[in-house]
Design a protein around this ligand. Structure first.
Ligand code: NAP
Length: 263
């Protein structure tokens, strides 16, 4: 699908990958619904998008609140009519040995990365199934939604869950002409690591991590070509293939992360 002038609902639009995608879509004069919890940051993104010629609606929406999701979808429909694209992207991660992860951290990852994404998809769908034109839903999973890594256990579980969910609804939604993509970023230079209280010095090559703009470009391209799965950066496809077909090699390399100090 060509995205010019489309109505796009974005979660996690206040920073990182969601923000970069919003700015890219604004260059194509898309009508944007920017959602997140941090209104000031969303308004900064709004200013950038409006300056590029895009029409924007900013809505405060916590993906863990069903009421706030319903409210945001209703406001979006009132302003722009039906939604063409959902970039279901909001998420976070906490990393540690399972015994050290706090219950709140575990529940927040599950509520945000799984339940939140599913509920947003459910309510946005209602504004997609009544029209015959092509629509698209993109889920931000992770390379952690295709592989496993010690200390990232719960995060991996949430991202595998959303990969499976997206794969399941792909066939179910074909009859409504709704296409599904899962995006699987490797390490990306965003606030993700600060929010997770990860010391970025412990990540070694943080300076050279892939940019959120590269992910936004890859998502854009995937919607255009209707790719069902996109891995960014591209060379992470090899990691995925090794973990799938040569799991013993991938286990050997992942062993060194078992005692990695992240904090
Ligand atoms: N960075 C990476 O290395 C990496 C790798 C693979 C996958 N990912 C995934 O990419 C997605 C985007 O992350 P990012 O890297 O761009 O990190 P980021 O800069 O921290 O952005 C995360 C976004 O999610 C939003 N968010 C978090 N919890 C929310 C909630 N309860 N309700 C609504 N919005 C919420 C935040 O908005 P507010 O704070 O305004 O609510 C923010 O806009 C996430 O799903 C993440 O798991 C990231």
């Amino acid at each position: 699908m060509k995205l010019t002038n489309k109505v796009i609902f974005i979660t996690g639009a206040s920073s990182g990958i969601g923000k970069s995608f919003a700015i890219k879509a604004a260059q194509d004069k898309c009508k944007l619904i920017l959602t997140g919890r941090n209104i000031e940051k969303l308004q900064d993104v709004e200013k950038e998008c409006v300056a590029l010629g895009s029409e924007v609606l900013v809505v405060s929406m916590d993906v863990t609140s069903e009421d706030q999701i319903i409210n945001a979808v209703n406001l979006a429909k009132d302003k722009f009519g039906n939604i063409d694209v959902l970039f279901n992207n909001a998420g976070l991660g906490f990393v540690d040995q399972l015994v050290n992860l706090k219950t709140l951290e575990i529940k927040t990852m599950i509520d945000t990365n799984i339940t939140g994404m599913i509920m947003v998809a459910k309510y946005v769908l209602e504004s997609m199934i009544n029209t015959s034109n092509t629509k698209h839903i993109v889920f931000t999973s992770s390379i952690a939604g295709l592989t496993t890594l010690p200390q990232w256990s719960v995060y991996c579980a949430t991202k595998w869950a959303i990969t499976a969910f997206a794969d399941s609804i792909r066939t179910e939604l074909k009859k409504y002409n709704i296409l599904i993509t899962t995006v699987h970023p490797g390490p990306i230079k965003t606030d993700f690591f600060n929010r997770a209280n990860i010391n970025t010095n412990a990540l070694g090559d943080y300076k050279n991590f892939t940019s959120p703009e590269d992910v936004a470009n890859a998502v854009y391209n995937a919607i255009y070509k209707n790719n069902s799965k996109v891995i960014v950066p591209g060379y992470f496809k090899f990691l995925y293939l090794i973990s799938k077909y040569l799991p013993f090699i991938s286990k050997m390399t992942s062993n060194r992360f078992a005692n990695q100090k992240y904090h």
